[in-house]
Each structure stands twice: as structure tokens, then as C-alpha cells.
Design a protein around this ligand. Structure first.
Ligand SMILES: Cc1ncc(COP(=O)(O)O)c(C=O)c1O
Length: 395
């Protein structure tokens, strides 16, 4: 596709692609490891991984080989039959988490839709309400935006799906007061990503677990962004030991191939019977083979260790930087999911970084978010932090 110039690509987008994204003016044509290249040959260090998708870096040889091999063998077979990659991926997810059963779909929003439906099926029929938390993000489909407690995502789409109650994160008393006989589920991100890298405390998650056990509610953890190694454990809930009834995954599970997954404890999963839910492409051979390669590579190449070591290193470097740079008000994170809170809007910093050859992101207006590949080296992190320092000093 490199027969298009940058300008020609922009023109085709202008004419034929709906302008629903704010895009940086860059056409990326190639990626390798922690770097990507634009159509004019300029190299960029990618410390964002496309919203935490390319966690093995770009074009990891094991992932590419698995996709090519599967494409040569069987490209697609629908869910009226069985396929080997889907079976293997479900086993990998289950055996590396809480022993649940999996339903596969194609995105994080779809995984959350499936979770919301499952919570209704698995509880008495008068129960339909779900509690979610301020600054959460669960996706863009109707159920998912209704669950998302940020009004900016609701504009123009009211009335939303009924039954969602939004409460402050880490306020257990508010949750205890809000649960009633019609509540079926609590949906929470163990660490909010889009909301600005905010942690649910272990005490809060423990309290939610106890409440769900007492009141027969389904506890759903949205690990779409935190899952599959990002935080230095395979799944973020493993930092606290609080086990959900249902967990949703997407993003890094496919390493760049579209996938979504819901895992539920077997007794909850049993409610998703034939006819209740489905997806044509869910768990398709290519996506599932990619998922297997991602999880197997994390395990075989000890990438969780790299994530923990270099995550701690990056946090130390960034906190030293914070001492010299008053524009930084906080640095928080775990593993390679890091938020740098600024005393100002971050959009200009992201633009400056881009001009200097660094891909990063700003969320919640003021939080620079770094989510480098789990394969990153210390030298690459140093390079990225140096660019960030120089960009911040210039805005
Ligand atoms: C925590 C969380 N849940 C759900 C989603 C939605 O995922 P998708 O864009 O794949 O639908 C996102 C996307 O950023 C997310 O961060």
C-alpha cells in the first residue's frame, strides 16, 4: 500500500472515511518492536501501543508466525463447529486466571455487553440494575456507554439503557447504600485507564466481593485495558487476590488482531445457553491463534518480569523528573501502565512528543498515559522519558 503518499492518504480519508476520530497528522506504514515508521520514513518510539493493544511490540516474530501459520491452515470457521485455536485460547485464559469458561467476541465493548447480559441471566429476573464507577470507561456500544460513568460519552445518546447507577470509586459505603433488590451486578475496572490511571483499592475490591457474595450479585472486572500482562501480572485482579465472577478482556489479548473475551466462573457461565448470545466472528481462528501466541509468548519469554522491572524503573525515573518539573503533579502506575498527571492540559505535550518522534497519549485532559510494549528495553524507555522531558520543558 506504499504507493500512496502522505498527502494522498489524507485526501482519501477526507473524502471516504468518516471523521469520528481526532487523528494526529501521521500515516504509519510499518512497525517493528517498539518503533513505527511513517510514510516519509521518519521513525517514532511507540510508548502508547495503540491503547495497550500491541503489548508484544509491533510485528513480534512469534505473533506474526502464528497468524501466518493459521492463515495457511484455516482462515475461518464459524461457531456451529469446533476449532482448535479457540479451545487452546480458552484453556490458556482459564488456566492463567480463575479457572472459568470463555465466550469470545471481537472487542472490549462487546465483551462488556456480553457480561451485562450474562449478569441479568444469572440473577433472578426482577434484577436488572448494575453499579459502575465515576470516570469509568467500558466502550461505545449502547450498553457499554450506559455503563460508562462519564457524561461526555452520553451526549446525544439519551435516553441510555435503564438501570445504571454511577458511584465514586473506592466509596464502599456509597455502594452498600445503593444496592437494592433490583441490583444484579457491579462492574469495575481494577485500574481505570481512560479515567486517568486510577486505582480501585484492595480494600474496596474486597468489600465489593463480600457484598456480591452476601447479596447474590455478579462481580464483573473490566480488564480490557489492564489484562494480559499490562500491569505486571497476567491480570490486574491478581495484585489484590480478589477474584471476580466475570472478567472481560480485549486489546492485548490479540496483540493487534481484533478479539474480545468474557471469562466467567463455570457456575455463572452455565447461564449463557444456546440462543442467549453469539458472535459470528467471535473466537475465529486467526484471532484465537493470535491470542494463544500472545499469552504463550508472555509466559515463555518472561515478559511479566520485564514489565515489573522496567515499570518500576520508569516510575523511579518519572518521579525523579517530577522533582525537577513542577508541571507534573503526580506519577502513578503499576507495571507498564503509567499515568503522569499534569498541572495543565496534556494535548500540546502529546503533539510536541510526536514532533520529536515519540507516540504517547493524554487521557482525561491532564493525564499523560504511557503503556509501552511489555518487550521494551531500558534504553528505549530512557529515550522516551528524555523526549518527554524535553517536550514538557517546551510547552
Ligand atoms: C477498560 C475498557 N473497557 C472497554 C473498552 C472498549 O474496548 P473496545 O474499544 O475494544 O470496544 C476500553 C477501550 O479503551 C477500555 O479501556
Amino acid at each position: 500500500m506504499d504507493f500512496l503518499t502522505t498527502q494522498q492518504t489524507f485526501e482519501l480519508y477526507d473524502k471516504f472515511v468518516i471523521a469520528n476520530y481526532t487523528r494526529q497528522p501521521l500515516v504509519i506504514v510499518r512497525g517493528q518492536g517498539s518503533y513505527v515508521w511513517d510514510a516519509d520514513g521518519k521513525r517514532y518510539l511507540d510508548l502508547f501501543s495503540g491503547w495497550a493493544v500491541t503489548g508484544l511490540g509491533h510485528c513480534h516474530p512469534k505473533l506474526v508466525a502464528a497468524i501466518k501459520d493459521q492463515a495457511d491452515t484455516l482462515l475461518f470457521m464459524a461457531n456451529h463447529l469446533y476449532t482448535q485455536p479457540q479451545a487452546r485460547l480458552a484453556q490458556l485464559v482459564s488456566e492463567n486466571s480463575f479457572g472459568g469458561k470463555c465466550f469470545f467476541c471481537n472487542s472490549g465493548a462487546e465483551a462488556n455487553e456480553a457480561a451485562l447480559k450474562l449478569a441479568r441471566l444469572a440473577t433472578p429476573k426482577e434484577k436488572y440494575k448494575t453499579i459502575t464507577f465515576e470516570h469509568s470507561f467500558h466502550g461505545r456500544t449502547f450498553g457499554a456507554i450506559s455503563a460508562t460513568a462519564q457524561s461526555k460519552y452520553h451526549q446525544g445518546f439519551q435516553p441510555l439503557l435503564a438501570g445504571f447507577t454511577y458511584l465514586p470509586l473506592n466509596d464502599l459505603d456509597a455502594v452498600l447504600a445503593a444496592v437494592d433488590d433490583e441490583t444484579c451486578a457491579i462492574l469495575v475496572e481494577p485500574i481505570q485507564g481512560e479515567g486517568g490511571v486510577n486505582f480501585a483499592t484492595p480494600e474496596f475490591l474486597t468489600g465489593l466481593r463480600e457484598l456480591c457474595d452476601d447479596r447474590g450479585l455478579i462481580l464483573i472486572f473490566d480488564e480490557v485495558q489492564t489484562g494480559v500482562g499490562r500491569t505486571g501480572k497476567m491480570f490486574a485482579y491478581q495484585h489484590t487476590g480478589v477474584v471476580p465472577d466475570v472478567m472481560t478482556l480485549a486489546k492485548h489479548l490479540g496483540g493487534g488482531v481484533a478479539i474480545g473475551c468474557l471469562e466467567a466462573k463455570p457456575e455463572v457461565a452455565a447461564y449463557l445457553k444456546p440462543g442467549t448470545h453469539a458472535s459470528t466472528f467471535g473466537g475465529n481462528c486467526i484471532a484465537a491463534a493470535a491470542g494463544c501466541a500472545v499469552m504463550e509468548t508472555i509466559l515463555a519469554d518472561h515478559l511479566l518480569e520485564n514489565t515489573n522491572r522496567l515499570g518500576a524503573y520508569a516510575m523511579t525515573r518519572l518521579r525523579e523528573f517530577q522533582q525537577r518539573q513542577p508541571k507534573i503533579t503526580a506519577v502513578r502506575g503499576v507495571g507498564l501502565m503509567i499515568g503522569v498527571e499534569l498541572a495543565m492540559g496534556g494535548a500540546e505535550v502529546v503533539k510536541k512528543c510526536l514532533a520529536k518522534g515519540l507516540l504517547t497519549n493524554c487521557t482525561h485532559d491532564t493525564v499523560l498515559r504511557l503503556m509501552p510494549p511489555l518487550t521494551i528495553s531500558q534504553a528505549e524507555l530512557d529515550e522516551g522519558i528524555a523526549i518527554l522531558e524535553s517536550a514538557l520543558s517546551e510547552v
